[in-house]
Design a protein around this ligand. Sequence first.
Ligand code: PEP
Length: 259
Amino acid sequence: MRQAVVAGNWKMHGTRQLVAEFVQKFIDRQQLGAEPSQVQTVILPPVGFLAELSDGLRGTHLATGAQDLHTHSKGAFTGETAGSMIRDLGGSWVLTGHSERRQYQKETDRQIANKFVAALDADLCPILCVGENLEDREAGRAEQVVTAQLNTALQTIGIKRLAAGCVAYEPVWAIGTGQTATPDQAQQMHHSIRAALGVLDESVAQAMSILYGGSVNEKNVEAFFKRRDIDGVLIGGASLNVEQFVMIVDVVAAAVASR
Ligand code: PEP
């Protein structure tokens, strides 16, 4: 069975108080045996909070990581964070190619692929984010755009190395808008991503966890997990409230158990 993942992207939100709330909640859950081992839960805070969150969560099942990394392992790159530093801060996961970085930092597929490789070199588990914008969807070329993003990244990463991370399908029009893709739309895209991977390596395609992201919350998450190619979720807004986040984790755990 593919790894079920619930990853929370705090974006540029959060406080040390929020870190403390997450730490307390997940330590309590661990002590109560309430933390589901069949779901890999990950929090991706702003990197300034990473050490405190990672230290606090040590000994729990919760993993931490960052929202971005630099392609170089060190050097004169003011304001940037290397993969080895994310590791040093206790993180083990990292996002690459989130649509907000594609949009505001103008990250290209090639750069994103280099970041994915840099993450693997630093022993991090990278999540490759792909997704079409509204114009592409309305023009009927969503699958074409997403497959092109994936294939360009694969030219640098290679299918075997991609297998050490995950892919997240996040339609840009569904991120932070409250408007999700329907579970059918998401399933169709996940199926097409898996098919594109399968052209290169069927065993990797079958083993790869593909996450859906875009306005997921505790009410709609179950419907996504009923679709067979949806293995995880990447959550923005709803990961900023610990009670809401925990509800999502528990719904996912129940859905995975009944698969
Ligand atoms: C995200 O930031 O990756 C995301 C999916 O955000 P939201 O859940 O708020 O749409």
